[in-house]
Ligand binder design. Structure first.
Ligand code: FAD
Length: 481
């Protein structure tokens, strides 16, 4: 906000550290956001309000309320697009009114960002000081408890990811200092089990919270690429990762009900199960599959996991094994990720559940052999699931296969110290493929107009088929016996 007189309070959107250095400070106000902001606008006699344009529906609604108040009383608004590389509205317009639905078409429409070869300003000169705050009550920065998270004393491992702009810039310069690493970056080749030195930049939380500008990040990568002989390209390159971010922001902005299955025109309608027990086992790292459980522990402790690790657990929960609704998994990620981002999280859950963007539901990540490829000794599992630390490497991905003598020696009895698998991967994944095939068939037949009744019917049919199948299996076994 820009005050109209010297003693009105200035409002810094920067981190408090930066705000202090520039002669201002962060002001935390509690309450219903639009009411609070409108109250401050009146109280502080504001004549110009500056805020970053936001594409998320919740903030769009909030911004709309504030903008209509501002226009009513003649407050000037400055709300630039700067959280993304491109302006999502412009991309949608260039694409004929709807967002491009594939990465390749997105890149084609987007082209080069207009600012990519100009010098971005990286320094601020000053900010107006906070003046007389009137009747507005300034609160402390909320604690984890205030935000509804438990601050457990017993927590043995906390996230190594520290907040703030200085930390973001430190991490960025550490990443781009290794020019070969940037030039050869190929996302699918990264090791999802690397946790002492993660295989990617771990800059997502900083991008999410505005501690790092994606445009500055883009220019830094571009600078490295200019000075090397050869470099990788999108979608797998580091620059390509930032484009994925913009891709999801654009589709999310242009798709009503993007965060839901119902009413979302780009989402396949699938009669998912709502099995709370399986969901809880997945959420609480009790599936009995060490690779999956270790990832879920990393999520709870660090709030961050490698992209392919996220792939594995999201696929496992939905179309791979448990057949639980992707919205349920999305909610767990939303709460626990430190980089939790509305557009990116929903976009990737749609992708991984084969509800949108990606449709090869036959390609399922094995919760046993996928992690083994990268980490045959199971160091990642041993770290995040210490109960399995003494399990021999032959059994670390399938401890239920270990003979009892080995379980006893490893001080980990399966079914007592660590759970038995909640499903058999072979039969669960086969069943998931069958269900997805039927759901896809229904979507094709109904040409995108699947009703609640259609889904109910299909759910009933799938359940009946399952009962029939197990009956005939039993009969077959009896006749063999
Ligand atoms: P790097 O590989 O170093 O990439 C640099 C930046 O590019 C990232 O920080 C991120 O902003 C962007 N990026 C990379 N991959 C993707 C992608 N697939 N989609 C969109 N942007 C990408 N990322 C989030 O930031 N927030 C989320 O809430 C989120 N939820 C996810 C949920 C699921 C089910 C899956 C499979 C992925 C999710 N991702 C999410 C995407 C991705 O896993 C993370 O962005 C990435 O792992 C962050 O690590 P990094 O910063 O080291 O990535």
């Amino acid at each position: 906000m820009e005050p109209d007189q010297q003693h009105s309070p200035g409002f810094s959107s920067c981190w408090s550290e930066t705000g202090f250095n520039l002669g201002s400070r962060l002001l935390v106000l509690k309450g219903e956001p639009s009411e609070i902001v409108i109250h401050c606008l009146k109280e502080w006699n504001i004549n110009k309000l500056c805020f970053e344009f936001d594409t998320e529906p919740y903030y769009q609604a909030l911004d709309d309320k504030i903008k209509s108040y501002a226009s009513l009383v003649g407050i000037e608004i400055f709300s630039p697009v700067s959280h993304t590389l491109f302006n999502p509205a412009e991309i949608i317009q260039k694409n004929g009114g709807t967002p491009p639905l594939s990465y390749q078409s997105f890149i084609k429409v987007a082209g080069q960002p207009s600012w990519s070869s100009s010098c971005l300003s990286t320094s601020l000169s000053c900010l107006p000081p906070p003046g007389n705050l009137g009747s507005c009550t300034i609160s402390e920065v909320p604690s984890l408890n205030d935000l509804g998270y438990e601050e457990s004393e017993e927590q043995d491992e906390r996230t190594p990811i520290r907040g703030g702009e200085s930390e973001a810039l430190r991490r960025l310069s550490e990443s781009i200092a290794d020019k070969d690493w940037v030039a050869n970056f190929e996302k699918p080749k990264g090791d999802p089990s690397a946790f002492l030195k993660p295989a990617t930049t771990v800059l997502s939380p900083y991008l999410k919270f505005g501690c790092l500008s994606p445009r500055y990040f883009y220019q830094c990568i571009q600078e490295v690429q200019k000075n090397v002989k050869r470099h990788t390209s999108p979608p797998v390159s580091l620059l390509g990762q930032l484009l994925w971010r913009d891709f999801f922001y654009t589709v999310a902005f242009g798709t009503p009900n993007f965060d839901k299955m119902r009413g979302n025109r780009i989402c396949k309608q699938i009669p998912w199960d709502s099995n709370d027990e399986l969901l809880a086992a997945w959420r609480d790292a009790r599936t009995g599959f060490p690779w999956i459980d270790a990832i879920m522990v990393q999520l709870r402790k660090w709030g961050w996991m490698h992209h392919l690790a996220r792939h594995c657990v999201a696929c496992f929960l939905t179309r791979g094994d448990l057949y639980v609704h992707w919205e349920k998994g999305r909610d767990v990620f939303e709460r626990l990720l430190v980089d939790s981002d509305w557009a990116i999280n929903n976009g990737n859950w749609l992708w991984l559940s084969c509800s949108s963007f990606f449709y090869q539901y036959n390609r399922i990540y094995s919760p046993i052999s996928f992690g083994k490829k990268y980490d045959p000794n199971g160091n990642y599992i041993r770290h995040f699931l210490p109960v399995l630390k003494d399990m021999p490497k032959e059994y670390i991905y399938e401890p239920w296969c270990a003979p009892l003598s080995i379980q006893t020696k490893a001080k980990c009895i399966i079914g007592k110290d660590y759970p038995k698998p909640v499903v058999s991967h072979d039969s669960a994944s086969k069943e998931c493929r069958r269900r997805l095939a039927e759901a896809y068939e229904l979507n094709k037949k109904q040409n995108g107009t699947v009703s609640e009744e259609d889904l109910k019917k299909l759910r009933r049919k799938l359940e009946e088929d399952k009962i029939q199948e197990s009956k005939s299996k039993r009969l077959k076994q009896k006749s063999i016996g």
